[in-house]
Write a protein that binds this ligand. Structure first.
Ligand code: CO
Length: 155
């Protein structure tokens, strides 16, 4: 019984340590950082911003080593309903256009396509977002959006 209690206490301490060490959410108030790697993965699957943010700032860092021609990553924000079509239409746009169709009004905000070691920070005015809107971010590099995507909420 004593051992059981000791284990329980250790488990609780462990849980608390994790709780305090982990950020409350992927977004720190009005800013968030996300990384992409050489395994075609984003580090963050969800970003939550408070609707009181006048501006939302997102930094994408490519922490891999591969060139953008081989393993490029961007961060493209759209409504969830538009995400798949925006990625599909971006395929033909090419790297120089960051794999985004010219003049695509469905794109709310986006970073450049990055290669290993590069980063890009963008600012999104609150006026571009609706409170409670359903948003998706994704990498529009060909073939990446199926794995590289996440949810963004503003509310
Ligand atoms: Co990518």
């Amino acid at each position: 019984m004593k051992l059981k209690h000791t284990l329980l206490a250790a488990a609780l301490l462990g849980a608390n340590a994790f709780f305090f060490a982990a950020p409350a959410s992927a977004a720190d108030n009005c800013k968030a950082e996300i990384t992409g790697n050489d395994l075609m993965q984003y580090s963050v699957k969800e970003m939550k911003f408070d609707a009181s943010c006048a501006t939302v700032e997102v930094t994408l860092k490519h922490v891999g080593k591969l060139a953008k021609e081989a393993m490029g990553h961007n961060w493209v924000l759209t409504s969830t309903a538009d995400a798949m079509a925006v990625a599909n239409d971006g395929l033909a746009a090419g790297l120089a256009a960051n794999y985004i169709k010219a003049g695509d009004k469905r794109v709310i905000a986006h970073t450049k396509v990055l290669g290993g070691g590069e980063s890009d920070t963008i600012k999104i005015p609150a006026s571009a977002l609706k409170k409670g809107g359903d948003y998706t971010y994704e990498c529009t590099f060909p073939g990446h959006s199926a794995l590289m995507k996440g949810k963004l909420t503003f509310g």
